[in-house]
Design a protein around this ligand. Structure first.
Ligand SMILES: C[S@@+](CC[C@H](N)C(=O)[O-])C[C@H]1O[C@@H](n2cnc3c(N)ncnc32)[C@H](O)[C@@H]1O
Length: 176
């Protein structure tokens, strides 16, 4: 199951509704841990990631043996590998890199992480992806997944590189 939201309360509600005891959760973009705290009220293991300095200083205040925090960029292959060494599967993948964050990046992060960890559920907070979903008026083809990842991935293994920065195209400027 894949859920989308923009409102932070809806995002948290969607996560908490699908959590089960003993679940393993990967949270990408945990910031200072406001959603992490709610997740950890359940009997689950949480691997939370965020690359901001304020995330690290705040999240260490959550004193839980069920939390692993990694202060790294989730677009990077080395970060994915670090988590893969800890766990190879997760039950829930939650992604919030900022609700208005570039949907192309968020989709790529979703695609790579979900294909690797094969979650039962993925919850994504992103406005652009919702706009895209709501704006599609005709679909040809019945490709659909009931899981938290796309079946079209074909299990080709961990991709060698997430080349996010190399593929980025800046806005053209008139005076350049
Ligand atoms: C809106 S905040 C997340 C809020 C959090 N989900 C919550 O419920 O309180 C977005 C977070 O995504 C993090 N972020 C954005 N891009 C990232 C990246 N490439 N790698 C790791 N963290 C990232 C930011 O540092 C920021 O803390």
């Amino acid at each position: 199951m894949i859920n989308l939201s923009y409102n932070i309360c809806d995002y948290r509600k969607q996560i908490l509704e699908i959590l089960n005891d003993n679940d393993t959760v990967i949270e990408l973009g945990c910031h200072v841990g406001n959603t992490s705290r709610l997740i950890l009220e359940n009997d689950v293991k949480l691997i939370a990631l965020d690359n901001s300095p304020e995330a690290e200083s705040q999240i260490i205040k959550i004193n839980s043996p069920n939390l692993i925090f990694i202060n790294k960029d989730v677009r990077l292959h080395e970060t994915l590998l670090e988590v893969y060494k800890i766990i190879q599967r997760c039950d829930v993948l939650a992604i919030d890199l900022g609700g208005g964050y570039h949907p192309d990046t968020v989709f790529k992060v979703f695609y790579i992480w979900s294909s690797t960890f094969k979650p039962k559920h993925t919850i994504i907070r992103n406005r652009g992806l919702i706009e895209f979903y709501n704006s599609v008026c005709e679909v040809s083809g019945d490709y659909k997944s009931d899981r938290g990842y796309l079946d079209s991935y074909n299990d080709s293994g961990i991709p060698p590189q997430i080349r996010e920065f190399d593929l980025w195209t800046p806005m053209p400027r008139k005076n350049k």
